[in-house]
Ligand binder design. Sequence first.
Ligand code: TYD
Ligand code: MG
Length: 455
Amino acid sequence: MAKSKTQFSCSACGSITSKWSGRCEACGEWNTISEETPLSSGPSSTALGTAKGRTIPLTDLRTEETPPPRTHSGLGELDRVLGGGLVPASAILVGGDPGIGKSTLLLQAASQFARSGLKTIYVSGEEASAQVRMRAQRLGLTEAPVQLASETNLRDILTTLEAEKPQLAIIDSIQTMWSDNVGSAPGSVSQVRAAAHELTSFAKRKGMAVILVGHVTKEGQIAGPRVVEHMVDTVLYFEGERGHQFRILRAVKNRFGPADEIGVFEMTGGGLSEVLNPSALFLSDRGEPSPGSVVFAGIEGTRPVLIELQALVAPSPHSQPRRTVVGWDGGRLAMILAVLEARCGIPFTGLDVYLNVAGGMKINEPAADLAVAAALLSAREDSALPADTVVFGEISLSGALRAVGQTENRLKEAQKLGFTTAIAPKGGKSPAIDGMSLNRVGDLAGFVGDVFGAG
Ligand code: TYD
Ligand code: MG
C-alpha cells in the first residue's frame, strides 16, 4: 500500500500539488492552497483480478431507451433550467454566493416537488429544523409534505435516506457535510469531494434524485463546489447582485437539457417569485434615453432577453485610466476599445471607462459586442441613441461585424416591447417583422458613421 503523504489542494479548482504555494498554478487563484489529508487508497490488493468480481451486464446500442419521466415543480423557471423538469435519480449541484437565496429557492422547490407527489427530504446542515420551519412559514409553505432534518453527519444522513427511501433529497449545503472516514475538517476539498461522491453514488444506486447546495466564495476559504461539478449531471449557478432583487438561475452543465438556459426570479419579502417576462423587468427602470445607455437584444439559453447596457466615459485624473466592468468580460471590453482605436481612429487614452449591465445580469454572448461599442461611443460623444433602438452583433478584430444567430427571435422580442429599429450586422437571414426596421451595417467604421455621424 502506498504510504500516504501530505499533499496540498486548491479549493477553487481542486488541483493537487505536493507543496504549498501562495498561488495555484493550475487556475491562478491566490490563497486557495491548503493542506489535505488524502483519501485512503482503498483495499491494498496489488492487481485487479477476476477472483471476486461479478460479470456486469452489457447492452448494445440498439436497445430502446424511453426518455426519463420528469417531475415538474410548478416553478416554470426552475423546470425550464432543469431541461423540462426533474429527472429521477439525477444529481444536481446548485452553486452560488452565500446569501444569494439558494436555501430559499430550494425550500420553495422542495415544497413544490412534494406537492406534486415526490417524497422529498430537506436536510439542512446550516440551520436548525426550527429555523427552516420558520422560513417555510414566512414563505407560506407549511402545508407541503416535506420532511426536514438538521444534520451534518453523512453516515447518519445516508442511514436516514436508506430507511425513508425518498425520491428527492436536498442537501443544504455540501460544505457542511462531513464523512467520518476522511480525516480533514468539514468544508475542505477532500471532505466535500467525499461527501458529494457518497451522496451521488447513493442516489444513483437507489434511484433517488439529489440536489446539493454549494457555496462559492471568492476568498476560497471554503472549498469551492468546482470539485463537485464533474460528479453531478446538472450544475446550476444562482447569480445576482445582492443589492438588486433579480436572481438568475443558470444551467452551466446539463446532461438532460440545454446548458446556458436561464431562469429569472425576483427576491421579494415572500420569497422568490418567477419573472415570466425578464425583458420588461430589466428595462423597467429605464428612463429617458441618456448618453451611454443602449439596449442589447440578447439570447439567454432558448429565450430572447433585452438588457440595458450603460457606459460612462470621463477624463481620467490617473496616469493609468480605469476600466471597470460589471456583468461583462473585462478582456472583451479591452478588445473592443482596441478595435475602436485601431479601426475607427477613436482613442480612449486618458479616459476612464465604466461599463455596467443593468439589473445585475451577466452577459456572456459575443453578440453584445456591438451594443457595448454603441454604449461606449454614445457615452464618449455624449449623444444618446434613439430610445426605440436595439443593437446586437459580434465585432471581429478587423473591425468587421459578424452576423449572429436567432435574429428573428431577437427582433420579435424587441418588437413586443415597443422597439421599432434594430441595428445589426450584414449577412445572415433578414426576417421581416411587422413594425421593426432592420438597419444593417457591414463594419464598425460604417456603424460609427451611420449612428454618430463621421466618428
Ligand atoms: P438564503 O436563501 O438564506 O441564501 P443562501 O442559502 O444562498 O445563503 O437567502 C438569504 C437572503 O434572502 C437574506 O438576505 C434575506 C433574503 N430573503 C428575502 O429577501 N425574502 C425572503 O422571503 C427570504 C426567505 C429571504
Ligand atoms: Mg443557505
